[in-house]
Design a binder for this molecule. Structure first.
Ligand code: GAL
Length: 499
């Protein structure tokens, strides 16, 4: 026995050896406690993913940068993540300790000493393990992709939020920050999104980014098997003055169809690499697959505009919804009849001082609903759902729609940020919530989190001056690791088209 340990045993027990195991285990416990304490005081020297993603993401909360430095924001994010992570580290540590002590008991009997070195190693290993497990859960590897090109009957149609999703020829889908448009005549869905299939650049200052490649278009009949249709809008490699110049930012494209002009109109967030241009751009095509012709960009209503979406109402009126005043509020304004421009007067502010972005609007039984995120750049945060009786009316915040999953997972939108809510033709109370699980260390590997969104019953929150039942319903976004659309839902298309 280590002479120091033997001395300690003698000091505490007057030389009696009958309680030796107790003393040894207490000593081991002290060592473990000390290790755990010191580990709390520092981040691991090798910061494993996904911590490192947020650590490197010096741009996070970019839009608030005027108020906080990047370092302060990084620290805040790591601290927040650590609150959550620490608990999990402790769980893994406990489990590791148990495993170690059982192993040791088996090998050496009950009195086996635990060397501090073993403990330290176990701790490091447990942290690695935790990081690896978190990473494997959030960004599953190549062995568990959604691959419609190799469909096996029983797996057909299953959505696995977060898994790499391959297109009909086995390539990862590149349609981030996007939206889906349904063309009833051909019963075809079109998914438009940012093609981020390039190297992620981590500038010293500012946000992690990928050079603009363009806006991808995919088509599908079943929302699960997607055919790549190419770049519906291409980046510009030479003309530095173009909004689409590859060193700029082109994000969150959405497309709607104009029944009068018979044109497909794409709106998108146009910016420069430091997000100070803060404009919206518009492009047009007679075909849903493009190519779209770029028309130009502007600051809507003379205001800065970053995350945005468009919404086409049943009566054909379309709206632009965008985060403005450095993301402190949303602005909502009608588009012109041809959807190619903004009506400069008559816009409304919504969610003032609430600091919301990534708006996704949908309509249900005459009420307008909108899911938004907080403003934390690529890092996930809590979603909120809002409701209004008209697009330009008063928007009331109902609360966080996310339900289920492990504790804390829903409060960060299941580690994702919303981008679109897709109504399902023929299904009245079910929508798909489309979100992005950003991966700022390698943005091209950001994942899609698609989940069922249901209208469930009376809302949780009623405004104070409501005496009647509120006219809105609770919106729920449900976590499922694996889910599929109701059997036969696609047979319902004809019902819709014949209306
Ligand atoms: C987010 C925004 C994304 C992207 C990112 C860049 O806040 O929702 O679309 O702009 O910031 O940091």
């Amino acid at each position: 026995m280590n002479p120091m340990v033997s001395q300690l045993v003698k000091t505490f027990h007057g030389g009696s050896k009958c309680c030796l195991p107790v003393v040894l285990w207490s000593l081991a416990a002290w060592v473990l406690l000390l290790q755990a304490y010191t580990s709390l005081l520092r981040l691991p020297s090798h910061v494993p993913e996904p911590y490192s993603q947020w650590k490197n993401a010096s741009h996070m909360f970019y839009h608030d940068a005027a108020e906080q430095t990047a370092e302060e924001l990084d620290a805040e994010m790591i601290e927040n993540l650590d609150d959550n992570a620490q608990e999990k580290v402790e769980k893994v540590e406990k489990w590791n300790k148990l495993e170690k002590s059982e192993d040791l008991e088996e090998t050496f009997g009950a009195v086996a000493p635990v060397e501090p070195a073993t403990t330290a190693k176990a701790l490091e290993e447990s942290k690695e393990l935790l990081a690896q497990r978190r990473l494997a859960f959030l960004f599953p590897g190549k062995t568990s992709v959604i691959d419609p090109s190799k469909v096996n009957g029983s797996e057909y149609g299953y959505f696995y939020p977060g898994r790499t999703w391959l297109d009909s020829v086995g390539k990862p889908i590149q349609a981030h920050g996007g939206g889906v448009m349904y063309v009833a005549e051909t019963q075809t869905f079109y998914w438009y999104g940012e093609n981020k299939n390039g190297a992620t650049i981590h500038p010293k200052q500012g946000t992690a980014r990928v050079d603009v490649l363009g806006i991808s278009c995919y088509s599908s009949k079943d929302l699960w098997t997607w055919n790549y249709k190419g770049l519906a809008l291409k980046a510009e490699r030479r003309d530095k003055s173009s909004d689409l110049y590859f060193l700029n930012v082109v994000e969150r494209p959405k497309v709607i169809y104009n029944d009068n002009t018979k044109q497909y109109i794409m709106w998108m967030h146009i910016d420069n690499s430091n997000y100070s241009k803060a404009s919206v751009g518009v492009a047009v095509s007679p075909n849903p697959e493009g190519p779209f012709e770029y028309v130009g960009s502007k600051r809507p209503h003379g205001c800065d505009s970053r995350d945005m979406t468009i919404f086409k109402d049943d009566d054909g009126q379309a709206y632009l919804i965008y985060s403005s005043s450095v993301n402190t509020e949303l602005h909502i304004g009608p588009l012109t009849e041809d959807y190619m421009d903004i009506v400069e007067r008559g816009s409304k502010k919504a969610l003032v001082k609430q600091r919301r972005e990534a708006p996704a609007v949908f309509k249900h039984r005459g009420m307008y609903y909108m899911v938004t995120s907080g403003c934390t750049s690529w890092a996930p945060n809590g979603a909120l759902v809002h409701v209004a009786e008209s697009m330009l009316g008063q928007w009331v915040t109902l609360g966080d729609p996310c339900v289920g999953g492990e504790e804390g997972f829903g409060s960060i939108t299941f580690f994702s940020q919303g981008t679109f809510v897709l109504p399902l033709p023929g299904l009245e109370n079910t929508f798909i919530f489309m979100a992005d699980r950003w991966r700022p260390t390698d943005l091209r590997d950001s994942r899609y989190v698609w989940l069922p969104l249901t209208m469930d019953g009376p809302a949780d929150t009623a405004s104070d001056d409501e005496f009647e039942f509120p006219p809105w319903l609770r919106v729920s976004i449900h976590w499922y690791e694996r889910w599929k659309l109701p059997e036969g839902w696609d047979n319902l298309h004809p019902v819709l088209t014949s209306l």
